[in-house]
Ligand binder design. Structure first.
Ligand code: ZN
Length: 467
């Protein structure tokens, strides 16, 4: 890594070839017992089942690490600061005012310190890759830094020091509302024109060049913030990589889109943009059945962030109908108010139960496990959306592995998909024992190897931001 702002990588196992043994593991074709994985050069080179431990380090049940397809890392620092009621009805829009005040104070060091804590917590909870939807680009006065990717480099540095896989999604943000409205003063740190965004993309690619398996995509912020002409200009800058966009998160956004264009946001997007398998439609909360079917037909992934969507009072995505159509989805921690893939999957299912007054809504049929059906779909959809190497426990895949604590009370007499259900609906992140990213162990005993230093730096940085 040539970037001087990037400190040493996360410590961990460094032997080029090693073997790990798990009492069970979820392989692409189902659970297997007594599984030995051989890891070479960051990849799984061999999978053996029904073999004795015979000297290899042993762990409880293992699954492939999940992608967190939508994160705004800096928002981890304001978790818990937007939960007091204001004068009127609180909403996404009043939350956004708190977020804008927080953004005013962040400098590059503060961003890196907060992002490192967020990524550490992602790893400790079982995420092994993050899609960072990164929109905080400029200095406090709104002027670009000398390096337009100064802030992107801080995100890359945080990924490097924690060891998490990074898909960097620099955000294009130009307007404060539909119809090309001028951005507000609080948005000055986010905005670029198309030309400046091209420079930002080039600098962002350079900023992640030393990270193993890093991916760069484009992220038009939302139809509120981008005109049709701008959208057409920036999508090709993905160069075949991921394209992520916030869409139809809020009913007001839907109504504003209807007023400005005569169509709903998802309909407009499907009609005017080359939406396909490299696209991720983040939220897509307020979709009509025909729009959900259109997303499925396009091959795009819907990026669901159930915990944040609940926290912000966004609404409930029609997941039952969408999954029945075969729609692809992944999960994201978005505002990072709480970081835990199990909690995201649990909240996804619970919202459906509350809305439909049924249980096990997202299980694929009679006798099927809810966790057993949700995890592989989130794994596949998240991986598709982030464009990195596949995460799966099979030869040739990147060795992104999450091992659960086989002695945890929540796993007593559990086997197969009951392990997933007990993780998602009961134990959550407390079940995570070991985590490997690209073959390097970064979490042991549920703790990230650099936890103490990263937490201490986060405390100092956040106290300065909130002083
Ligand atoms: Zn978001």
């Amino acid at each position: 890594m040539t970037n001087s702002r990037i400190p040493g990588a996360a410590r961990g196992s460094s032997s080029p070839i090693e073997t790990l043994w798990f009492e069970s593991a979820l392989l692409p074709d189902g659970w297997a017992q007594s599984v030995r994985l051989t890891i070479a050069d960051g990849l799984i080179s061999r999978v053996e089942t029904g073999v004795p431990q015979s000297g290899a380090p042993g762990y409880g049940p293992a699954i492939a690490g999940l992608a967190n397809l939508h994160s705004h890392a800096f928002q981890r620092g304001m978790a818990g600061l937007a939960e007091a009621r204001g004068a009127g009805d609180d909403s996404f829009w009043t939350w956004r005012e708190v977020m804008y005040r927080f953004v005013e104070r962040l400098d590059p060091e503060g961003l890196q310190a907060i992002a490192a804590l967020a990524y550490l917590e992602m790893l400790e909870s079982g995420f092994t890759r993050v899609g960072e939807f990164h929109y905080l680009h400029h200095d406090r006065d709104g002027r670009a830094y000398a390096d337009p990717a100064e802030m992107a480099a801080r995100i890359a540095a945080a990924a490097h020091e924690t060891g998490i896989g990074l898909t960097l999604l620099p955000v294009f943000y130009a307007h404060g509302g539909f119809g090309g409205a001028a951005p507000g003063g609080a948005q000055r740190r986010f905005v670029n024109d198309v030309e400046a965004y091209g420079r930002l993309m080039a600098a962002s690619r350079a900023a992640v060049a030393g990270l193993p398996d890093a991916v760069v995509g484009v992220a038009p912020h939302s139809l509120r913030a981008v005109t049709a002409e701008e959208l057409a200009s920036i999508v090709p800058m993905a160069q075949g990589g991921p394209v992520h966009i916030h869409i139809a998160e809020q009913t007001r956004e839907v109504n504003d889109c209807l007023a400005a264009t005569g169509t709903r946001p998802v309909t407009w997007l499907l009609d005017h943009a080359p939406v396909g398998p490299t696209w991720c439609l983040v939220h897509a909360t307020h979709v009509k059945p025909a729009e959900a079917a259109g997303i499925v037909a396009s091959g795009a992934v819907v990026g669901l962030c159930p915990v944040t969507e609940a926290n912000l009072g966004d609404g409930v995505f029609p997941a039952s109908d969408y999954l029945a159509l075969g729609g692809a989805f992944g999960i994201g921690s978005d505002s990072n108010v709480s970081i835990d893939p199990a909690e995201e999957l649990r909240t996804l299912e619970y919202a459906q139960r509350l809305a439909l007054r049924r249980r096990n809504v997202l299980a694929g049929g009679a006798g099927r496990s809810t966790g057993g059906d949700l995890h592989p779909r989130a794994l596949a959809g998240g991986g598709q959306a982030l464009g990195g190497p596949a995460s799966a426990l099979h030869p040739g895949a990147r060795a992104d592995i999450v091992a659960f604590d086989g002695r945890h009370p929540c796993l007593v007499s559990r086997a197969g998909d009951a392990v997933l259900d007990s993780w998602i609906f009961s134990a959550g992140r407390g079940l995570v024992d070991g985590v490997w990213c690209g073959g390097r162990q970064v979490v042991s005993g549920g703790r990230h190897h650099r936890r103490d230093a990263i937490v201490a730096r986060y405390g100092s940085a956040l106290r300065a931001v909130l002083a």
